[in-house]
Design a protein around this ligand. Structure first.
Ligand code: KIV
Length: 275
């Protein structure tokens, strides 16, 4: 819920499923990108713990600290005027059980002005989600491929076990989540899960049958230390920031080395008399 006029709330996000309006979610980790996304019409700004990989350069999200999540979420929440802001709870607060999870989620809400949190895991995390919701904190669930369990999965692999997926999604729904992310789920199975739960499903790598989509900012702008052909199969590159920034930095280096920068116009001079 929010007190800003025209702003979204978790209830409005839930209603979008019934209204057949697709929900747009984008990960953002700082003020300027969050501002642009908010003004452009993104519905949910997700401070994913993916920042551990795309911003911090880690191989997995497991090393992300709670303080770092709070640091990024605070910047994002300051930028949001229409979108809701959801913070990913980093490993292992929710894995430690309801008490640790409520403590961590309460800290996130108290020290940022986020709307709610995202918790990875299905049936095995239902008690924890219920406790956080009962503490008055909106929860977005996350089932299918859950990157905090990458070592248990043995890699980032597509999820194709329908019985487990539907059981997990329904457990998250019964525990009180207002929406659920389906990550890397075979498209037809994700569509089937979507039909069988009342809360919106937000797909990433899970096809067009979901109620909404989430993508990682650095993937859709090729803003990572990688070539475009390394972009994940599920992501579309909308603009190539890697190329733009690379060209700009090279030009700057060349201009400084050659003396072309700074010019007279970019230099402060003594004030003229009488001015
Ligand atoms: O951390 C993240 O960015 C996420 C999304 C990809 C759903 O969990």
């Amino acid at each position: 819920m929010t007190n800003k006029s025209g702003a979204l709330s978790t209830q409005k996000i839930r209603n979008m499923k019934a209204d057949g309006e697709k929900i747009v979610v984008l990960t953002v980790y700082d003020y300027p990108s969050a501002r642009i996304a908010d003004v452009a019409g993104v519905d949910v700004l997700l401070v994913g713990d993916s920042f551990g990989c795309v911003v911090q350069g880690r191989a997995t999200t497991l090393g992300v600290k709670l303080e770092e999540t709070i640091y990024h979420t605070e910047m994002v929440a300051r930028a949001a005027s229409r979108a809701i802001v959801i913070a990913d709870v980093p490993f292992p607060y929710c894995q430690l059980g309801p008490t640790e999870a409520v403590r961590a989620c309460a800290r996130i809400l108290k020290e940022t002005v986020a709307t709610g949190v995202k918790i990875e895991g299905g049936k095995s995390r239902a008690d924890t989600i219920r406790a956080v919701v009962e503490a008055g904190i909106p929860v977005m669930g996350h089932v299918g491929l859950t990157p905090q369990s990458v070592n248990a999965f043995g890699g980032y692999c597509v999820q194709r076990e329908f019985d487990r997926l539907i059981e997990d999604a329904k457990a998250v729904e019964s525990a009180g989540a207002f929406a659920v992310v389906l990550e890397c789920v075979q498209g037809d199975l994700a569509a089937e899960v979507t039909k069988n739960v009342s809360i919106p499903t937000i797909g990433i790598g899970s096809g067009a049958g979901c109620d909404g989509q989430v993508l990682v900012f650095h993937d859709i702008f090729n803003y990572a230390d990688q070539e475009p052909d390394k972009t994940p199969k599920h992501a579309r590159v909308y603009r190539d920031l890697h190329k733009i920034i690379d060209e700009g930095v090279r030009e700057y280096v060349s201009d400084v080395k050659s003396g072309a920068f700074p010019s007279e116009a970019e230099t402060f001079h003594a004030k003229k008399a009488g001015k």
